[in-house]
Design a binder for this molecule. Structure first.
Ligand code: PGA
Length: 276
């Protein structure tokens, strides 16, 4: 999988090779179509538990240039994790699990993009099916969150996926393409896109890797010219014992991992299975 670009507009005085080397080291601007292993902790881990995770994970993980490993932690753990990563130099990226589109304002319970940027956060999960299902997230609000994140230099991990009923009705592609078209309206850059069939999330019912590959291929095709550069992930019951087979699929650039990312040993196993 080659490096297509760094997703960065260079200005006068910028050093393209410095940016490229940051990319190769796994730091700095995102490499398009890069191998990305993201853990979504959801509503798990206090600061103390997050710290214990990092301490256990660090010696087990073998970081590789070109493999971006991301921890999407609860908001309350992000500042601590950011400080710990800066202090230890561990080349892990941080992600949040949501972001609002306004700069500031009367939006109780929401987080502004600038608040994440201040902490050195690079990624943000947007449009996860749990947000859509339990918290009224719509394609329109997903689109606003994607655009605001990108405007602040954050890389959204945009989640799309169908229910079992839609799959049985043969509506996988039409559903996902609608979700994508609405979420990506008026965007100039592509987010990372995670195909997460809802029936496979937290159920142990992993989508067959060849089927996930087929859906991701159709997503890539649907994205047109931009598809070749898109980083496309699979998510849904990814575990240490199925990661190898998932990552052999040519259209799967990485994974978004829920339950198995909570355990440092299993998440290290998953991260170590990835190739640039
Ligand atoms: P899971 O969750 O790995 O526990 O199925 C995936 C996700 O929701 O991102």
């Amino acid at each position: 999988m080659g490096i297509v670009a760094c997703g960065e507009t260079l200005g006068a005085g910028d050093r393209p090779w410095a940016i490229m080397s940051e990319c190769l080291l796994g730091w700095g601007p995102r490499i398009l179509r890069s191998t990305t292993i993201a853990g979504n902790w959801k509503m798990h881990k206090t600061q103390a538990e997050a710290k214990a995770f990092l301490q256990a994970f660090a010696p087990l993980w073998q970081p590789q240039a070109g493999v971006d490993v991301v921890l999407c932690a609860p908001f309350t753990a992000l500042a601590m994790l950011s400080g710990a990563i800066a202090a230890t130099g561990l080349p892990v990226s941080l992600g949040a699990q949501n972001v609002h589109w306004a700069e500031t304002g009367a939006f109780t319970g929401e987080i502004a993009p600038g608040m994440l940027v201040e902490l050195g956060i690079r990624y943000v999960v947007v449009g996860h099916s749990e947000r859509r299902q339990f918290f009224g997230e719509t394609d329109a609000t997903v689109n606003q969150r994607v655009r605001a994140a990108q405007a602040h230099g954050l890389t959204p991990i945009l989640c799309v996926g169908e229910t079992k009923v839609l799959r049985a009705q043969g509506q996988v592609e039409s559903w996902i393409f609608d979700q994508l078209d609405r979420a990506l309206a008026d965007t100039t850059a592509l987010p990372v896109i995670a195909y997460e069939p809802i029936w496979a999330i937290g159920t142990g019912d992993t989508c067959a890797p060849t089927e996930a590959n087929r859906v991701l291929q159709s997503i890539r095709h649907h994205l047109g010219d931009r598809g070749a550069e898109a980083t496309l992930l699979y998510g849904g019951s990814v575990k240490g014992n199925n990661i190898a087979e998932i990552l052999t699929q040519p259209e799967i650039d990485g994974v978004l991992v829920g339950g198995a990312s909570l355990d440092p040993e299993e998440f290290a196993q998953i991260a170590n299975a990835a190739q640039p």
